[in-house]
Design a protein. Sequence first.
Length: 138
Amino acid sequence: MKKNDIKNSADLFLYKAIVDFNSASALYKLFMSDEIEIDIEKVFFDLQQSVEKLLKSILAKNCVEVLKTHDIYQLIKHCKDNNIQLYDNIELLIDLNDYAVEGRYDIICDDIEDAKEYFAEVEKLIKHVKEHSLKERK
């Protein structure tokens, strides 16, 4: 998706989510190759931001009120309360909530190996949102 493709808030949230995911991916690769020194929480923060925006994209695409929250649990619950189908095990992403605010100011000790699982789950959510958006436009 390119900036020129943005037509509505759902597209904007999707675009921003992909940017956050790409940022997390790039930082992770640089961190793992010892090319930069960062707090790994920055990677998890960008992943959390991506998930938050992906869920808000789904809500906007379905013409459901987009909650002004960073809480992934609340956003998933809001989707389900409005009969928006998500994929199985999306609840695994709720653990990223710790990085919404605390990760910017605190040091959260997490196993770097957790990042691989989060990347896989966020990629699954991106695919779900894109497929959902394509169905809506047909």
